[in-house]
Design a protein around this ligand. Sequence first.
Ligand SMILES: Cc1cc2nc3c(=O)[nH]c(=O)nc-3n(C[C@H](O)[C@H](O)[C@H](O)COP(=O)(O)OP(=O)(O)OC[C@H]3O[C@@H](n4cnc5c(N)ncnc54)[C@H](O)[C@@H]3O)c2cc1C
Length: 380
Amino acid sequence: MITSKELQTGGTVAIVGAGPAGATLARLLQTKGFSVKVFERDASPTSRPQGGSLDLRKESGQRAVDRAGLSEIFRRASRSEAKAFKMLDSEGGVHPAGGAETHKEAGPEIDRGDLRQLLLDSLAPGTVAWGHLVKDVYPEADGRWRLEFAKQGPVTADLVVGADGVGSRVRHRLTSIRPRYIGLTMLSANIRQYLWRGSEIAELVGEGSVMFASGGKTIFVQRCSHDLILLYYSMAVAEDWPISQGFALDDTKAVLESIFAAYRDWSPKVMTMLTQVEGKFQRWPLSVMPPNYRWETRPGLAIVGDSAHAMPPFTGKGVNLALLDALELADGLTAEPIAAVTAAVQAFEMSMQERTLKEIGECLEVGRNIYGIDLDFGRS
Ligand SMILES: Cc1cc2nc3c(=O)[nH]c(=O)nc-3n(C[C@H](O)[C@H](O)[C@H](O)COP(=O)(O)OP(=O)(O)OC[C@H]3O[C@@H](n4cnc5c(N)ncnc54)[C@H](O)[C@@H]3O)c2cc1C
């Protein structure tokens, strides 16, 4: 059985996915001398919009960024003033649950694309193989794992880490438990820039974010970098919406009609203010890993971030937990005394599962309170 020292000095680590978890893990392992390759399905870092802004918490996301030696770059790319948060009702009045407040634990905000880019920039040239969609991973007779790609020839590695998000192609080798769609899809779009300058919404949002909430629905308005304001609508729709309704996501008129229908009981003034969008809509179907998930460790295989414990963004912690996973796994693989890789992965998995089960519970509680989502995992 390979030890972590052998992995560090002569082995190979293959990471599937160059999202926040995969890129952070690659950085942390590379700084310790591991040979790491990341396989990412996107054709390039900019081939797909990465979504809005995230806050990095002190004890998780920021800790990983610090240990990766990137705190100064993070400080320059992030916005402390963006922590401000208000909750309003569907008329634009103060929400009964509390008006203006800043999340106590909130850290500086950074756009998801900027976070990913600063992590990617820290990697040795050629670390990420772009345009590599992993179809599956297979155990080899010698204890290594083989990655099969949609287009390229196979690659083997001593340790494969699935950091490939909610639709992970690695996870099924560890457990048959899969994330479940919660019945809610977030739709996002940018407010037209020329409209928001000096407007009521710009004044409301300031440098931070505002959540309008009423009747199990929300519209989240978020100030991002690059002079953008992003809107997220919560839509109680089927997972394959809008295709199941017979139209495509780039049919902006049809999407807006669906939004108006979903929010028909909201104040027309608020809805007019919150639907002046430009560009294409993005959809984010929300899933959660059932809270009873656990698995037996398999030599040479691990999963981190959303591939291990996808959860809806209700508590705003997903990326923080993903970065903490990367940190804890990297720490385990470089800890003294030197352990077998399997033992290091097992210790990491136990800690990660315990930590995230609690987080999933809290997240589901918020989902119940705000959106009335009550999932019965006994029937899944
Ligand atoms: C609408 C929305 C808002 C959110 N807001 C917040 C927030 O405010 N705060 C917060 O902490 N979290 C938030 N999250 C959650 C956060 O985005 C995720 O927890 C985080 O991105 C997880 O990082 P990850 O690296 O594990 O996975 P991902 O970010 O999903 O990255 C996975 C990577 O793997 C690649 N990949 C996937 N499949 C393959 C394959 N087969 N082969 C090769 N590559 C593959 C993908 O292209 C991607 O680059 C939000 C999520 C959503 C949907």
